[in-house]
Design a protein around this ligand. Structure first.
Ligand code: UDP
Ligand code: MG
Length: 317
């Protein structure tokens, strides 16, 4: 057992006072079972209920528990990011506080990491206790996302995952504001292994992902990982202009045979102008996409392994 390696468990919490007394012992027990030294980092994402009181109590009794408390609600993805910034482990495990992702799976994730996986992601084979609407919209969304994204984002996965230190270090260098961690993780590559599990019902309380928050995350997923929507007008404009070219031939033929009403020429002109406008929008979109990609300031490439070389990759500078 490589005793000197350590693990960090990252738990974002938002209005979870009811869940914490149940969640913490189960998380602690699971971490103990791995046999590694560990820390548990709770990030209070601006809750104003008894969450902080519960966390203070846990931290006073257990020195392996670290607590970060945000000044206000910054959102789940940023809470996890703060946890990653703070974590010192050789592997980081991200888990929701509400026990929907069973902490008992952590030792299995650690085993897969020991066997060489850089990322072990939880893949939901079933979701329990969630409404049909949530399951249906989630299934549609994940499929839409993976068809739009230039990188394959695994279907039906959330943020419940283990990432190795090598992956975490790349995460730390990606400082984009609107974050979609599971997409960023897919973008990075690395050896990723799924671990199938049944997503449980929330242990207590209600979902903290309001419709507004979910829509923002969904949009961040698409706009953060695809510039396709920006160039879509180009496709539409191109098609319309192409149709106008065919329309012109048809109009000329009509004009010389049966005759063409003047309003048909007017309509043709309007459609042509629309087509050209859309084409121009698409061109602008292409440039905007480039500016957007640059503004993210991501590493140009990520080296997973180096042999016989002192070369320092951009990802490690
Ligand atoms: N969460 C957070 N900030 C938020 C919303 C949620 O830190 O603004 C935490 C929440 O406490 C939980 C995790 O993120 O640990 C997932 O949230 P939730 O279970 O409400 O989402 P769902 O599982 O319903 O999608
Ligand atoms: Mg949940």
């Amino acid at each position: 057992m490589p005793e000197e390696k350590t693990l960090s468990l990252i738990v974002p919490v938002y209005y979870e006072e009811e869940v914490l007394p149940v969640a913490y012992p189960r998380m602690k027990a699971a971490m103990e079972r791995t046999g590694y030294a560990y820390e548990i980092i709770f990030i209070n994402d601006g809750s104003r209920d008894g969450t902080m009181k519960a966390l203070r109590k846990i931290a006073a009794e257990d020195k392996r528990v670290k607590v970060l408390s945000f000044s206000r609600n910054f959102g789940h993805q940023l809470a996890v990011t703060a946890g990653m910034d703070e974590a010192s482990g050789d592997a980081l495990i991200i888990i929701d506080a509400d026990l929907q992702d069973p902490p008992e799976l952590i030792p299995d994730m650690v085993k897969l990491w020991e066997q060489g996986a850089d990322i072990v992601y939880g893949k939901r084979k079933k979701r329990e206790g969630e409404t049909f609407l949530k399951k249906f919209t989630a299934a549609c969304y994940y499929r839409l996302l993976s068809s739009m994204s230039a990188y394959p984002i695994p279907l039906d996965t959330g943020d419940f995952r283990l990432i190795g230190r090598n992956v975490a270090d790349v995460f730390l260098r990606m400082r984009e504001h609107d974050r979609f961690l599971r997409g960023m993780s897919a973008w990075m590559g690395f050896e990723s292994v799924p671990l199938e599990y049944v997503r449980q019902e929330r242990a207590a309380g209600k979902t903290k992902y309001t419709l507004k928050k979910m829509l923002k995350l969904a949009l961040d997923g698409i706009t953060g990982f695809s510039t396709k929507p920006l160039t879509l007008p180009f496709l539409l404009g191109g098609t319309l202009t192409g149709l106008c070219a065919l329309g012109l031939i048809a109009l000329i033929v009509c004009a010389f045979s049966v005759g063409a009403a003047p309003w048909l020429w007017g309509l043709w002109g309007v459609l042509l102008v629309q087509g050209i406008t859309l084409l121009c929008l698409g061109v602008q979109g292409a440039y905007m996409g480039r500016i957007f990609e640059e503004s993210k300031g991501r590493p140009l490439y990520i080296i997973a392994e180096k042999l016989n070389t002192d070369f320092v990759s951009a990802a490690e500078k």
